[in-house]
Design a protein around this ligand. Structure first.
Ligand code: ADP
Ligand code: MG
Length: 332
């Protein structure tokens, strides 16, 4: 049973970025306005996420890392009206099965915090009082140490995993309003580098300047298009003839109702239309698709990065028409 749990956990937590993503989403769900992500050796040794959110009440300690324990969903029909990021209650349980989990937390009703350790099955193995502010720290040491093959792969690809993680954190930092992000990485004997730092800006515009830089921001134009009865896109798109020399991924950010998602088809569409005017560059994009909760489903894959949108085909056609209006008339 333990082995089966490890294997299924490895399907929820695919890599470093999906692990950290779960923790950051928990912090956002907890209403944090300050989220700090600390990595040791690019996350290979440990990663931890420190927040100033609501904290975890003592009633929940024992069940916290049990599979399918969640405080966020009370009725199955809620699945259609999700407003929080989490809802499966699988992240902490999976992280326990894959590495060593410790949690430190305090709610406003407690005078002191509690430090908890867990075993690989998700049971609490120790509990002691500790001084801390209201909020939660979740630390995972030696991710994948319980899956030898995955662990080897993880060590071998750690720099690439780290790159993927930083672009994911950028995606959250761009869209979050009023949330300060700090991500640091410690390597060797104590050399610390700041990977990401934002000030809790209140607009996406300011976030873009902080995260992607003023030069990038100056290439962009605000975007607000209605592509159907129920779908609008808000965000920023690079002006005609301005773009990134680098290919896709790290300069294109897509969201559904503020949730970062992968949209390979949209990315391909942008690149294609853009290419007809400029052969060398790729468009830069920060695009938030605003769609009613009943018209899409992110519950498709455990990491919730994949999204099904109803009537996607006609949305893509209207989107193409809109993007062509922006790019096609220009020849760089
Ligand atoms: P889910 O997010 O799907 O509910 P998780 O396994 O990610 O499941 O988390 C389990 C529970 O632990 C959450 O429902 C929440 O009650 C609590 N929790 C986890 N992280 C935090 C946090 N940073 N702040 C407050 N509560 C948290
Ligand atoms: Mg969660």
């Amino acid at each position: 049973k333990a082995v089966a749990h490890r294997i299924s956990s490895g399907q929820v937590i695919l890599d470093l970025s999906s692990a950290v993503k779960e923790l950051v989403e928990n912090s956002l769900d907890a209403g944090a306005s300050n989220i700090e992500i600390n990595l040791k050796e690019y996350g290979e040794e440990y990663f931890k996420v420190v927040d100033n959110g609501c904290g975890i009440a003592p009633d929940n300690f024992q069940v916290l890392a049990r599979k399918h324990h969640t405080s966020k969903i009370t009725d199955f029909s809620d699945l259609h009206y999700l407003t929080t990021f989490g809802f499966r209650g699988e992240a902490l349980s999976s992280l326990c099965a894959l590495g060593s989990l410790t949690v430190e937390t305090r709610t406003k009703n407690e005078a002191v915090g509690t430090h908890l350790t867990f075993d690989h099955s998700g049971s609490v193995t120790s509990e002691r009082k500790t001084a801390r502010q209201v909020g939660t720290t979740v630390k995972v040491e030696k991710l994948f140490s319980t899956l030898p093959v995955r662990n080897k792969e993880f060590s071998r690809n750690i720099r690439r995993e780290y790159g993927k993680l930083t672009s994911l954190l950028n995606a959250y930092a761009l869209m979050a309003k009023g949330v300060r992000f700090l991500c640091t990485n410690i390597t060797g004997k104590n050399s610390k580098s700041v990977v990401l730092k934002t000030q809790g800006n209140l607009s996406i515009k300011e976030n873009i300047i902080t995260v992607l830089g003023l030069n990038t921001f100056q290439c962009l134009e605000p975007l607000s298009i209605r592509i159907s009865e129920c779908c609008t896109i808000e965000g920023f798109l690079s002006k005609p003839c301005f773009g990134s020399g680098r290919n896709m991924g790290d300069r294109q950010f897509f969201y559904v109702n503020g949730r970062p998602v992968d949209m390979p088809k949209v990315s391909k569409l942008l690149n294609e239309v853009y290419k007809s005017s400029s052969s060398k560059l790729y468009p830069i994009a920060v695009m938030n698709f605003i769609i009613p909760a009943t018209s899409y489903d992110v519950n498709v894959t455990p990491d919730k990065r994949k999204v099904f949108i109803s009537d996607e085909h006609s949305l893509m056609l209207s989107l193409r028409a809109e993007i062509e209006k922006i790019y096609s008339p220009h020849q760089c």
